[in-house]
Design a protein around this ligand. Sequence first.
Ligand SMILES: [Mg+2]
Length: 125
Amino acid sequence: MTNQTEFTKPQAAQAAAVQLTSLFGAIGAEIEANKRAHGWKVTGPDDWADQHEVPAVLMLITTEVAEAMEAFRNNDRANFAEELADVLIRTIGLSHSMEIDLAGAIYSKMEHNHARAYKHGGKRI
Ligand SMILES: [Mg+2]
């Protein structure tokens, strides 16, 4: 079975992408302001050259995923939602402070995924 559906960007999807960019910008600014207010380091574009800063933030995102897994194991849907929110807060915060267009990357990746064959590369899941 292959996924031959064509990814199209109807006007509604283009409008949604613009709204997502705006939303991520607003949330990202809030996250950054909160980090500064609490004395946390804000990872910036120049930190790309640092061998430890970005990997440390990626591990914090990974920790939030692990916390979501633990919430799932505990059958705690409320905490599961909170940990998924943490994943996005850290991800949106990182992309915002590093000046990465996360909304644009999401839509580009969705377009790429639509063009992929079903279970491409012989993957099982
Ligand atoms: Mg958490």
